[in-house]
Design a protein around this ligand. Structure first.
Ligand SMILES: [Fe+2]
Ligand SMILES: [Fe+2]
Length: 335
């Protein structure tokens, strides 16, 4: 059985591994983490032991990392001229469901810290910031430690990670909308009035342009399908040819799936809430995690290379924040 010490070591190894990009300068990496050559050698040895493939090669008098790129949905070979492309790196999260006893804000904090370490400045949130208040689900309050609009939205304002240099651009989802349906209270109005680092883009949907790349953020309604790929593919099928984005980000389903369909890079974004009673009853899969997207585009916004990095959390990372341990969750503030 794996000990806690092994888990901690594994987490650190994974953090270093995720940070290292193919072609990254080794000196820069060592400086960033204040590492000596001996410590670097140790890390490479641990990579080898834990099955992470990273080598160091010499290129034009500099030492760089050679890291095989394994997670890509691009059909193009990566032997393209990256120097002439615009590189955009963004974080993508969804379905934080604040107020639900199964919320995982400590993991959201972990993800924001990771984004900060990488120098990411934009994180997109695809809806369901709050757990909402369904009047037709009388069992819902028992699954919540924050009830109603004031408590849930106040919590987002007070507790959502606040990280220097990072703006969270968000849409609202089906659970957020219940507050409006119950009494015309709009989550975004209060969140964005109180938090200058949180920018509201729309209810259920937004189209944004980042460095010329057209991105749709989508929070559908309705239930999941038996197959993970069915609903996201349907979302792409309804897009008109001349109106399609380069990237479609889909929240709501609490699942993780990256694919290419009709020349659109689709990402089904996982959640930051552990399986709820509703999902358990319905036999629905629930995935906790997020994505970091590395996008290489030309000056016209065409994507030449796309690397979606899936960051998933397992049962060992999760605890239910709404029970007796709720005071253990601290707000992440990096100034
Ligand atoms: Fe959701
Ligand atoms: Fe939803």
């Amino acid at each position: 059985m794996e000990s806690n010490k092994d888990n901690v070591k594994m987490d650190q190894i994974d953090r270093f591994y995720r940070y290292i990009k193919n072609g990254m300068n080794v000196e820069d990496f060592m400086q960033k983490f204040h590492l000596s050559y001996n410590e670097l050698t140790g890390i490479l040895e641990l990579f080898r032991i834990y099955g992470r493939v990273v080598d160091i090669i010499k290129k034009e008098d500099a030492l760089i990392f050679d890291k095989p790129i394994t997670k890509t949905t691009s059909t193009k070979k990566p032997d393209i001229d990256f120097k002439n492309l615009i590189h955009t790196e963004i974080g993508v999260v969804s379905d934080t469901h604040f107020g639900n006893i199964h919320q995982q804000m400590h993991l959201l904090n972990d993800f924001y810290r990771e984004c900060y370490n990488r120098g990411i400045t934009i994180i997109l949130h695809c809806g369901d910031l709050t757990d909402g208040n369904y009047l037709n689900r009388p069992e819902q309050p028992r699954q919540q430690f924050l009830h109603g609009f004031d408590e849930q939205v106040g919590y987002v304002v007070d507790m959502y990670p606040e990280v220097s240099g990072i703006t969270t651009k968000y849409i609202l989802g089906s659970h957020d909308e219940t507050h409006y349906k119950n009494g015309q209270a709009t989550v975004s109005k209060w969140v964005s009035m109180c938090r200058s680092d949180m920018e509201f883009l729309g209810q259920d949907f937004a189209s944004i342009n980042i460095n010329g790349v057209k991105i749709f953020m989508d929070h559908p309604g309705g239930g999941s399908a038996a197959s993970i790929s069915y609903k996201p593919q349907k979302r792409i099928e309804i897009l008109e040819s001349n109106y399609k984005p380069q990237i479609l980000l889909i929240g709501h389903y609490h699942k993780s799936y990256a694919f290419v369909y009709r020349n659109v890079h689709g990402i089904q974004v996982p959640s930051f809430c552990d399986k709820t009673q509703f999902q358990q009853k319905q036999g629905l899969l629930n995935v906790v995690g997020a994505y970091i997207l590395n996008i290489y585009s030309d000056k016209n916004g065409n994507i030449e290379y796309f690397e979606p990095e899936e960051i998933l959390y397992g049962e060992k990372d999760m605890w239910d924040e709404g029970f007796k341990d709720k005071n253990k969750v601290k707000k992440l503030v990096i100034r």
